[in-house]
Design a protein around this ligand. Structure first.
Ligand code: SAM
Length: 196
């Protein structure tokens, strides 16, 4: 079976709207087979978003591994003072994220990138629910790699389950970042990493 981050042209398309609510607002966005959490807002993503003071963000934000666009969408809906870039390696996800963002009239820039390969800006925030199934190497590149794409005083926010190795990841991140556990919930950890 192919993974949600692979560009598998053989996956039968069943594009449809999925519905969820967040912070009292209802959202309906396009999803399809072959993307992450294709039927619902992922629990980890929800916890991640709930842990961030979205309205207090200011500056440039990267939604790294954006999937169909829920993070960028919710940020953009709730904060007009940020510039949002969104990237994913999955073509279908990028296409759907673009559609979803424009359906909600959000001016985010969505483009394909293998991790940071096509990212040229620096950010005040990088926000991610990293692709655990892509393997530890990819996750390390997502998280440790953020250091080079954050402005001074910039922050990385990510969510990871305890049983997916958040503690050992934290140890590595502590070597270059000041880290903070923002939230623990049902085995999910939301971590904030500030550039030292
Ligand atoms: C756990 S999902 C999160 C998706 C979305 N942000 C959400 O919260 O619903 C991780 C995302 O990372 C993407 N991804 C996997 N490997 C990647 C890579 N090498 N470069 C960029 N994105 C990647 C996957 O396609 C997937 O959409």
């Amino acid at each position: 079976m192919s993974q949600y981050f692979e560009n598998d042209k053989n996956i039968k398309s069943e594009k449809r709207l999925i519905h969820f609510s967040f912070d009292g607002n209802n959202y309906s966005i396009y999803s399809d087979n072959g993307v992450f959490s294709k039927d619902k807002l992922d629990y980890g993503t929800r916890i991640l978003l709930e842990s961030i003071d979205i309205k207090g963000l200011l500056g440039r934000v990267l939604d790294l591994g954006c999937g169909i666009g829920v993070v960028g969408l919710i940020l953009g809906k709730n904060n007009e003072n940020i510039v949002i870039d969104m990237v994913d390696v999955n073509d279908k996800a990028v296409k759907l994220a673009k559609e979803n963002i424009s359906m909600y009239n959000i001016g985010a820039n969505v483009f394909k990138s293998n991790i940071y390969d096509d990212v040229s800006e620096k950010y005040d925030y990088i926000i991610t629910n990293p692709p655990i199934r892509a393997g530890k190497d990819t996750v390390r590149k997502f998280l440790l790699g953020s250091f080079n794409y954050l402005n001074r005083n910039g922050s990385l926010y990510f969510v990871m389950r305890k049983d997916h190795g958040v503690k050992s990841m934290l140890k590595e991140l502590e070597e270059v970042f000041v880290t903070e556990i923002v939230k623990k919930n049902n085995g999910f950890y939301v971590i904030k990493c500030n550039k030292k």
